[in-house]
Design a protein around this ligand. Structure first.
Ligand SMILES: [Zn+2]
Ligand SMILES: [Zn+2]
Length: 379
């Protein structure tokens, strides 16, 4: 099933085949299945016994616009679309747990299996919540899992508190006054103003953010001008801005906006700042993370569990679900290249064209979900 999904990757909100497969299997195993939450999202619900507790387990289903370069037999058959983040594995692990829990699950309560679309930047989690995910399927706690190259296959890594960064998009347009390249005194040069701004932005993290806090300000795009002898009227910058703390995130917005406006003004230009909030900081709650740790230790033992892993500067839209429901997001190792003889792409980072989800992690991840459900859903 994992390799079948890998062979047929679908971009965000277009997971028609994948969600069909998920819905079909869940139905076949006796789940009550709701489709069309957030477009292609699926929820499978299974109630057993008289227990009052309600658990949510979430997997993501979308792929990325990448040309696959693994050369594997199960490589993508849609050129330019690839499961380069392992969401094929996440979906397969939760489905495997779903089958096991339906056939042998020893639990009492309500199990909600959430298969979300469009995690990769398009905000499928929020779309599912706007369609009433937690109103229709209330959860007392929610858990999600992402594979992580660099950890040995099947290794489990947890963290309480802020675990993944917020991610904001900033577009800055510097409006100057264009003119002849030979007569800069008759123009207001937005290229010089924008260049100065790029350098000034480097001081936000080094001079404004508390040294003990994490923040990233990256200017990833700088566009201005066409000809060597023309001073253009505008220059544009595009930034990626990250933080692990809500107050730091607010500070970054204030400082970036102020610097853009004041730097531009000092060169006789003006700045237009478009600040587009992306994913929020992912915060794992303490009690639910402690519970998830206990399940990890019980399943694989202390040698294969990292109890408090470092935070990641990447972002993840499960963060929005964790703003509504307590829970925890954990990592499962995809391979660190020391396990010998396995595909090199297991240690290669996600979003790389050579990446592949490690099937050796499938039984661990599926068994983890099953055990977590059995430990959580008790009378
Ligand atoms: Zn990804
Ligand atoms: Zn991912």
């Amino acid at each position: 099933m994992r390799r079948d999904i890998h062979r047929h990757p679908e971009l965000g909100f277009q997971e028609f085949r994948t969600s069909e497969l998920v819905a079909e299997r869940l139905t076949q195993w006796g789940y009550s299945v709701t489709r069309g939450l957030g477009g292609t999202g699926v929820v499978g619900q299974l109630q057993r016994g008289t227990g009052a507790k309600r658990l949510g387990l979430r997997a993501d289903m979308d792929a990325l616009p990448i040309v696959e370069a693994t050369g594997l037999a199960h490589a993508s058959c849609h050129t330019g679309v690839m499961h380069a983040c392992g969401h094929d594995g996440h979906t397969a692990m939760l489905l495997a747990a779903a089958q096991h829990l339906a056939e042998h699950g020893d639990f009492s309560g309500t199990l909600n299996l959430i298969f979300q679309p469009a995690e990769e930047g398009l905000g499928g989690a929020v779309k599912m919540m706007e369609d009433g995910l937690f109103a229709r399927f209330p959860c007392d706690a929610i858990f999600g899992m992402h594979n992580m190259p660099g950890y040995p296959a099947g290794h489990l890594a947890l963290r309480d508190g802020p675990a993944m960064a917020s991610s904001d998009y900033v577009g800055i347009t510097i409006h100057g006054n264009g003119g002849h390249g030979a007569m800069p005194h008759r123009a207001a040069d937005p290229v010089v103003a924008a260049s100065s701004l790029v350098m000034a932005l480097q001081t936000v993290v080094s001079r404004n953010v508390d040294p003990l806090q994490m923040a990233v300000v990256t200017v990833g795009a700088f566009h201005a001008g066409e000809a060597n002898n023309v001073i253009p009227p505008h220059a544009t910058l595009r930034l990626s801005v990250r933080a692990l703390d809500r107050d730091v995130r607010t500070l970054l917005q204030q400082r970036i906006t102020a610097l853009a406006q004041q730097q531009a003004a000092s060169f006789g230009c003006t700045a237009e700042v478009e600040y587009r909030p992306g994913y929020c900081v992912l915060v794992n709650t303490r009690a639910e993370t402690d519970f998830a740790r206990e399940v990890a230790l019980e399943l694989v033992g202390p040698g294969r569990v990292t109890l408090q892993a470092p935070a990641l500067p990447g972002s993840e839209d499960f963060a929005f679900m964790l703003e509504k429901v307590p829970g925890s997001y954990l990592l499962i190792g995809n391979g660190d290249g020391t396990d010998g003889g396995t595909f090199a792409g297991h240690a290669c980072m996600v979003h790389n064209p050579g990446y592949d989800f490690n099937d050796a992690s499938l039984p661990v991840g599926a068994a983890y979900w099953a055990l977590l459900a059995e430990r959580f859903l008790v009378e």
